[in-house]
Design a protein around this ligand. Sequence first.
Ligand code: C2E
Ligand code: MG
Ligand code: MG
Ligand code: MG
Length: 279
Amino acid sequence: HVKATKPSGAAIFDDRLRSIALSELELTNAMREAVGRDQFELYYQPIVELHTNEVIAYEALLRWHLQGRMVSPAEFIGLAESTDLIVEIGEWVLDSACAQLARWRRQQSTLRIAVNVSGRQLRGGGLLDTVKAALERNDLPGSALWLELTETALIEDHLSAREVLRELVALGVTICIDDFGTGYSALGNFQKFPIEIVKIDKSFIDAIDRDAHKVVLTSAIEALSRALGLATVAEGVETTEQEAQVRAIGCRYAQGWYFGRPVPAAAVVGGLALATPEC
Ligand code: C2E
Ligand code: MG
Ligand code: MG
Ligand code: MG
């Protein structure tokens, strides 16, 4: 699982974007214009409540259509962060995701949207206003929104982060730790943050059907989360065996190809009705 949390633009460019024949500067400029040129698109992946088998939320995942290719966020989020373009892109993501959710909520009024937020956005100071604006413009309550932050994003400059998160929570927004277990922090560190959901990283789930050690670790994260009053999402569930394991371990939510891959908004519509027969 590729994760660009501490970007050095050059390294990311060299490693991942070789197939795009642009210099880093040209790429940065292309990224600066991508919003205006309508080159970004959000894909949506279901998050399922295991107890009911219901899709309770979709995670919005960014895609960039560039030079006839679809570039994944692992390839450009690092550069977007190191150039601060992530702030503007992040505003587009939040507003687009909320607009899409508002349309879906006409059919399924309790559906929520999970949006990834980088540490840069949190530290930039504008996140609270961006979130408020996106919610208001799309006539959504704060409770419709989950924000996913990585451990690193929270640890960096934790004092101002804590303040911003408190205000977001006051709006009704749910804060999630994304990719939990990949950093160096313990869950106890997060008690000072108003976190409600822990997303257990895919690297734990990957071998959970054949590696007893991974079962022990995932169970421990789930038990500790539960004791702290936090719900867990098992990330990257791909097989029946993995699904059975995370169910047995007691994770409240799960997400992964087993339940559905990230797809464009238009491809979700059918899935909504299926997921909520009562609506
Ligand atoms: P993430 O937030 O941890 O998202 C989960 C990633 O795992 C997604 O990759 C998703 O497509 C992939 N995935 C989900 N289920 C499975 C599975 O069962 N098997 C496998 N092999 N993969 C699975 P994606 O879409 O490439 O996104 C990568 C990362 O980029 C995200 O990781 C997130 O950190 C970041 N990202 C995506 N969209 C945004 C955004 O709008 N803003 C920011 N700041 N970061 C974003
Ligand atoms: Mg995420
Ligand atoms: Mg994740
Ligand atoms: Mg992950």
